[in-house]
Design a binder for this molecule. Structure first.
Ligand SMILES: *[C@@H]1O[C@H](CO)[C@@H](O)[C@H](O)[C@H]1NC(C)=O
Ligand SMILES: *[C@@H]1O[C@H](CO)[C@@H](O)[C@H](O)[C@H]1NC(C)=O
Ligand SMILES: *[C@@H]1O[C@H](CO)[C@@H](O)[C@H](O)[C@H]1NC(C)=O
Ligand SMILES: *[C@@H]1O[C@H](CO)[C@@H](O)[C@H](O)[C@H]1NC(C)=O
Ligand SMILES: *[C@@H]1O[C@H](CO)[C@@H](O)[C@H](O)[C@H]1NC(C)=O
Ligand SMILES: *[C@@H]1O[C@H](CO)[C@@H](O)[C@H](O)[C@H]1NC(C)=O
Ligand SMILES: *[C@@H]1O[C@H](CO)[C@@H](O)[C@H](O)[C@H]1NC(C)=O
Ligand SMILES: *[C@@H]1O[C@H](CO)[C@@H](O)[C@H](O)[C@H]1NC(C)=O
Length: 328
């Protein structure tokens, strides 16, 4: 009996050996762990911040960790872990593990360290916020992009908030999302990867990356906005407003005395607004202005509605800052 078993062993081992060659990376026992309290995170197709997402883990999710690899440094930590969903989470988003993953788990293999990204260049057309997630009401703004800024985009999503009915947003190499309507070209979906599932994320200032923490969806009142008498349009800019006077004149700068009329809009015409401007002095009917998509300035009083009640409708001066240096 003993002999026959021994003779059988090499035969039984052959398929196992072949398999083992591909499976060596994952032969140690998986470890379960839970996301750190108050943290939701994206599970990425490669262990780098810009990689597309394969899954989104909400608060309290328990994940099964298969192997470790090395990727983007997050808060002094370059260790990423592959979960049973076949994607990577940073060690930093997990509860402290009493042990060392590098010892207790297998290495995922050199292939896992490859940064597989797609890129396309595009140009900003209208003042655009670049946000931590694809929505400009709740998601924090990472940077303000002014017209003519060249940006590099790395993936697209159709699951963002609608801007002029368009839910397509692109992720830039600064790891923030900009709506397609603010760009000169539509997303090139033939070249770019889809970004995958994206959750509601918040900035956490302890790190220079997007970091998620407890949701706080109640918008704080924007104290920089002057009071207005308009209606809550409940929509996102670019936002159109309707002319309420015979004409709304549009000036090359926000002053009826010193600036020139560039164009005029007729009664009831819908005009798209990019941002608001507040004059440094209070002048009747001329303190509050909007910059339109024709890149000229109209007075707030010439429109039926006001955007000055809108949480997050942006101040034009935010886009004047030179953001091009940080976008590289
Ligand atoms: C880890 O989680 C999986 C799925 O929930 C479960 O099947 C497995 O038994 C867990 N392993 C340990 C060691 O707790
Ligand atoms: C970062 O990690 C290095 C090496 O592990 C360590 O020497 C250093 O003190 C750490 N820095 C911080 C801020 O934790
Ligand atoms: C961590 O693990 C070591 C060795 O297994 C054990 O002695 C120690 O009590 C553990 N610490 C905690 C906080 O669980
Ligand atoms: C990179 O990703 C594409 C899909 O987006 C895939 O077809 C390709 O095999 C990947 N390449 C590597 C080296 O992983
Ligand atoms: C940021 O993360 C740190 C560490 O996880 C946490 O202690 C802190 O409360 C977070 N800050 C915010 C604003 O969520
Ligand atoms: C302008 O906005 C209103 C209200 O949001 C909307 O009903 C209308 O369709 C918009 N006009 C255009 C041309 O999109
Ligand atoms: C427009 O310019 C004139 C002349 O410089 C100035 O007196 C006035 O305050 C300006 N109006 C506004 C709204 O800034
Ligand atoms: C401008 O303000 C005056 C009073 O200050 C008012 O009578 C007039 O109707 C206003 N014009 C517009 C276009 O709102």
């Amino acid at each position: 009996m003993v002999h026959s078993v021994r003779r059988l062993l090499p035969i039984l081992l052959v398929p196992w050996l072949v398999d083992a060659k591909t499976l060596t990376a994952k032969i140690k026992t998986p470890i379960n762990n839970t996301l750190e309290y108050g943290v939701a995170t994206e599970c990425k197709t490669c262990p780098y911040s810009l990689c597309t997402n394969k899954a989104y883990y909400d608060y309290g999710t328990t994940v099964t960790l298969l192997c470790w690899t090395v990727g983007t440094q997050i808060d002094n930590d370059t260790t990423w872990l592959e979960t049973s969903d076949g994607c990577y989470v940073t060690q930093d988003d997990l509860m402290a593990y009493n042990g060392t993953y590098e010892t207790d788990l297998s290495y995922c293999g050199e292939d896992s360290e490859e940064e597989n990204l797609t890129f396309d260049t595009t140009v900003v057309q209208y003042d655009s916020e670049c946000n931590i997630c694809p929505d400009n009401l709740d998601c924090a703004t990472v940077m303000y992009l002014s017209p003519d800024t060249e940006i590099i985009v790395t993936c697209w999503t159709d699951a963002g908030a609608a801007v002029i009915g368009d839910t397509t947003w692109l992720k830039t190499t600064d790891n923030c999302y900009v709506n397609e309507q603010g760009l000169r070209d539509p997303a090139n979906k033939d070249i770019l990867d889809n970004c995958g599932p994206i959750g509601f994320l918040q900035l956490n200032d302890t790190g220079s990356r997007k970091r998620e923490s407890l949701p706080d969806r109640d918008p704080a009142p924007d104290l920089s906005s002057p009071p207005g008498t308009g209606i809550d349009l409940g929509s996102q800019y670019l936002v159109n407003l309707t002319v309420g006077e015979d004409y709304a004149y549009c000036y090359n700068c926000p002053n009826t005395t010193t600036c020139d009329v560039v164009t005029r809009y007729r009664f009831k015409q819908e005009v798209w607004m990019q941002c608001y401007y507040t004059a440094p002095v209070e002048v009747a009917n001329e303190t509050y202005w909007y910059e339109t998509t024709d890149f000229c300035y109209v007075r707030e009083v010439d429109f039926f509605q006001s955007l000055f009640d809108q949480y997050r409708f942006p101040d034009c001066s935010l886009f004047d800052q030179d953001t091009t240096t940080t976008s590289r």
